[in-house]
Design a protein around this ligand. Structure first.
Ligand SMILES: [Zn+2]
Length: 125
């Protein structure tokens, strides 16, 4: 089965996500095999289009975070991030691109002790 490729040192851009995969216990575990930070987009496929309902990230364990959403959405797309900071940048890009919706209205947060800035807006100054 296809799984997510190794993360690359990413530039600031909307991350390329792998998938969609089934948002089930086995679907997550067969696609997300590394213990890694990462970003994801939850949604469903209709025809040839993947509709994104929610985007997010995990700073430490993409696999574990996806399991929290089991049963709530049909599918997910995801990518590993090379660091928590890269995951934050990726989530900001995804949110500005796809996530700023009624079901996903809140701008991505950053860790309390981080001074990271969003690459797409001035919400953090
Ligand atoms: Zn922003």
């Amino acid at each position: 089965m296809e799984s997510i490729p190794e993360s690359e040192e990413s530039t600031v851009a909307v991350p390329t996500l792998s998938g969609p995969f089934a948002l089930t216990k086995s679907g997550i575990d067969s696609a997300v095999t590394q213990s890694s930070a990462g970003v994801y987009a939850l949604g469903r496929t209709s025809g040839n289009t993947y509709y994104i309902s929610r985007v997010g990230r995990s700073d430490v364990n993409l696999n574990g975070r996806l399991h929290d959403y089991e049963g709530q959405y049909a599918q997910f797309k995801a990518a590993y991030s090379s660091s928590p900071y890269q995951a934050f940048l990726g989530e900001c890009e995804l949110w500005h691109e796809y996530g700023n919706t009624t079901s996903n209205p809140l701008h991505p947060d950053r860790p309390k002790d981080a001074n990271w800035k969003c690459p797409r807006c001035k919400v953090f100054g």
